[in-house]
Design a protein around this ligand. Structure first.
Ligand code: COA
Length: 162
């Protein structure tokens, strides 16, 4: 973990590497799967940004943003917010929102037009509150039985509801 970006009364948002993100992301998003199961193809792309939330020396949350079009859609300047994960004991304190907002700022600086994500149904409200809207049908994934997802998008030209 290198450079601090912002700090709150109890946590800081810092730049992290793909390797640093993976253990926490695995633990939160793929708890019943082997190590590395949450790795994404975009993780090591040069313009992918990984951020962490730290309390003291402990990494308590992570988020990633990568330049990637939604499946089957050729937008060109779309960014994907992915791997959003906050440890259970640290949720509901603004950490996820801070991570997502800093990721979205990165897409804005890169003149992205849209940020999208494959949102878990249980996280729809989180994404709604930070300015995303549902755009796709519900779908499932073989690796996360019981979870339903949908694509959500945030148009960067619109006012984000911070
Ligand atoms: C989704 C997640 C990243 C949110 O992180 P967090 O730190 O708890 O979120 P925040 O505290 O920043 O919440 C921001 C806002 O969203 C709301 N919110 C967060 N999670 C919510 C949920 N599951 N249901 C309803 N509202 C939620 C908060 O109340 C808050 O609202 P406010 O701004 O009006 O006060 C976290 O709950 C998590 O890691 N969940 C498990 C993994 C997961 O589902 N990741 C997303 C995969 S698509």
């Amino acid at each position: 973990m290198t450079q601090k970006m912002m700090s709150d009364t109890h946590f800081e948002i810092v730049f992290v590497t793909a390797a640093e993100v993976l253990p926490l992301r695995d633990r939160v998003l793929r708890a019943d799967r082997p190590a590395g199961a949450s790795e994404l193809r975009c993780d090591r792309n040069a313009n992918t940004l990984h951020l962490g939330a730290v309390v003291g020396n402990e990494l308590v949350g992570v988020g990633t943003i990568a330049m990637e079009d939604p499946p089957g859609v050729g937008i060109g300047d779309a960014w994907r917010l992915c791997g959003m994960a906050v440890l259970a004991g640290w949720r509901g304190q603004g950490i996820g929102k801070a991570l997502a907002e800093k990721c979205i700022d990165h897409a804005k600086l890169a003149t992205g037009r849209i940020v999208w994500c494959s949102a878990r149904e249980s996280a729809f409200e989180f994404y709604r509150r930070i300015g995303f809207v549902l755009v796709g049908d519900l779908f499932t994934r073989p690796e996360t039985i019981g979870e339903r997802y949908a694509r959500m998008e945030c148009h960067l030209a619109d006012e984000v509801n911070h």
